[in-house]
Write a protein that binds this ligand. Structure first.
Ligand code: AMP
Length: 192
């Protein structure tokens, strides 16, 4: 299965991705995590990415696309993967479709977590307190939400047209959301 976990920052993608990855034995490919690791290890990629991340802006498409293509070409992703935080722009989605179709595959499902703005901001500010992420301050959070609306949300229509979009209520407890997400994926495996 080639899955995309989709939704605004703070929707709970990272948390749910871990459960999905474990349950269905799929490599969890989170572009934000890859960037944060590179920042921590002070690599060239990390240095390039940091200036955008700190402002809540997107790292340029060419950088992200090259990184994801390399990652999904590795052996552990040959039979499936779970993308978290990618694609975030139309160009990224196009590049992903092209890379997969060159291999005779395609995206099987986009799992969209629906959470309202008020809850998103609250969750991100809470995460800032708990994890001390430098891009979870109020100002940067607002930029990230705006970037999501402008650049990323338009992808919803693309995936709906492709017939792969699944919308999941992302409100409520982590456990409740996890059940909904896992159920949606089980239904993909064995359509009723
Ligand atoms: P995340 O942890 O997914 O919220 O990502 C944290 C930050 O990493 C984002 O605010 C962006 O600066 C950068 N980033 C992660 N994924 C992407 C992507 N697909 N395209 C561009 N920038 C990204």
């Amino acid at each position: 299965m080639r899955l995309i976990l989709f939704g605004p920052p703070g929707a709970g993608k990272g948390t749910q991705a871990e459960a999905i990855s474990e349950t269905f034995s799929l490599p969890h490919i989170a572009t934000g995590d890859i960037f944060r690791n590179n920042v921590k290890n002070e690599t060239d990629l990390g240095r390039q990415a940091k200036k955008y991340m700190d402002k809540g802006e997107l790292v340029p498409d060419d950088v992200v696309i090259a990184m994801v293509k390399e990652r999904i070409s590795r052996g552990d992703a040959a039979d499936g993967f779970l993308l978290d935080g990618f694609p975030r722009t139309v160009s990224q989605a196009e590049a992903l479709d092209e890379a997969l179709s060159a291999d005779g595959t395609s995206v099987d499902a986009v799992l969209r977590l629906l959470v309202d703005d008020e809850e998103l901001t609250a969750r991100m500010l809470k995460r800032a307190e708990e994890q001390g992420r430098s891009d979870d301050t109020r100002e940067v959070v607002e930029t990230r939400l705006r970037v999501y609306r402008d650049e990323t949300e338009p992808l919803v229509d693309r995936y709906r047209r492709q017939g792969v979009l699944h919308e999941i209520d992302g409100k409520g407890s982590i456990d409740a959301v996890r059940e909904r997400v896992l159920e949606t994926i089980r239904d993909l495996e064995q359509p009723a």
